[in-house]
Design a protein around this ligand. Structure first.
Ligand SMILES: C[S@@+](CC[C@H](N)C(=O)[O-])C[C@H]1O[C@@H](n2cnc3c(N)ncnc32)[C@H](O)[C@@H]1O
Length: 285
């Protein structure tokens, strides 16, 4: 008889992230390894894709009912401001925690252009020293975080009223699996997504709601050459004429044209909002 033992989700999360990282380390070409700021070559593309996204998207639409003028909001892993900027425009007093210098560069530019107020804290969430906020949001940050339990606990500790996470069911790089198979002949391991996050929250005693939302297209490329550069970075490959031609063929097979002429993966990323509410009313301003 097989005995089903309860899973330690904190340990399972850590093990899954470690295994994914170890596989990457074993495969990656040392000459093509990303530098300390992984986003340095990606931030410009990420910013233009985030700016083009129509707001409110399905995640922002879940958060907006919690916002009134003056609501203090913490955006953890704010990136280039996809959510921080429209939330500041909606009246929230926003603090954006973001460790990447290149993402912060575009975030500050976006904030200045839109003439909104956002306090930017250039730090990792694990070490950031910021006060708690009425509303905390964290979109597409958790997947590669080794100690997911401590990260989530700190989000909870900084939430006075409501916390909202946006995550894919699968890790965001799932669309690249055929590329790993074709180039490296491996089944690429996944990072944890929304379901282990919910289980981990449950284990931490946080009673969260799980709401599937319509896919948000976070990946958008101006053309196939921009997509090729992105795929090379993600697969840790140097330019190579023969291999690049193969990658272009794979891109044509796995991406489709947007009405605006850009390109995005055919397979939309299925997404979830995980949210919870603190009931201590004293916490509200
Ligand atoms: C995929 S982007 C998402 C950005 C934004 N939330 C959005 O949805 O457009 C992930 C962001 O998380 C940031 N990040 C990564 N590790 C982090 C950490 N430990 N603490 C805070 N942010 C982190 C990255 O620098 C990056 O800007």
């Amino acid at each position: 008889m097989t005995l089903l033992l309860p899973t330690d989700w904190a340990a399972a999360w850590q093990a899954q992230v470690a295994a994914e990282h170890a596989q990457f380390d074993a495969l990656a070409d040392p000459q093509a390894r990303p530098g300390a700021d992984w986003w340095s070559s990606q931030a410009a593309r990420f910013h233009s894709s985030a700016r083009q996204s129509l707001q409110p998207d399905t995640f922002l639409a879940s958060v907006l009912p919690a916002i009134q003028p003056g609501t203090r909001l913490l955006d953890v892993g704010a990136g280039t401001g996809r959510y921080a900027v429209p939330l500041a425009r909606a009246g929230a007093v926003v603090t954006a925690v973001e460790p990447s210098d290149s993402m912060v560069h575009y975030l500050e530019q976006y904030v200045a252009e839109e003439q909104v107020q956002v306090q930017v804290v250039r730090d990792h969430w694990e070490t950031a020293d910021v006060p708690p906020a009425d509303v905390v949001i964290c979109a597409h940050v958790l997947y590669p975080i080794a100690d997911g339990a401590s990260f989530l606990q700190k989000l909870d500790q900084h939430t006075l009223h409501q916390c909202f996470l946006c995550l894919g069911f699968e890790s965001p790089n799932v669309w690249l699996m055929p590329f790993w198979r074709a180039i490296y002949d491996v089944e690429r391991l996944h990072l944890p997504g929304a379901i282990p996050a919910l289980a981990l929250l449950h284990q931490l005693g946080i009673d969260a709601q799980f709401t599937p939302i319509a896919p948000i297209n976070t990946l958008h490329f101006a053309d196939l050459e921009e997509a090729l550069v992105d795929v090379r970075i993600r697969l840790c490959l140097q330019p190579d004429a023969t291999r690049d031609e193969r990658l272009r063929m794979l891109l044509r097979a796995h991406m489709q044209r947007d009405p605006d002429g850009g390109w995005r993966p055919i397979q939309p990323q299925r997404m979830v909002v995980i949210s919870w509410t603190k009931h201590e009313q004293t916490a509200l301003h």
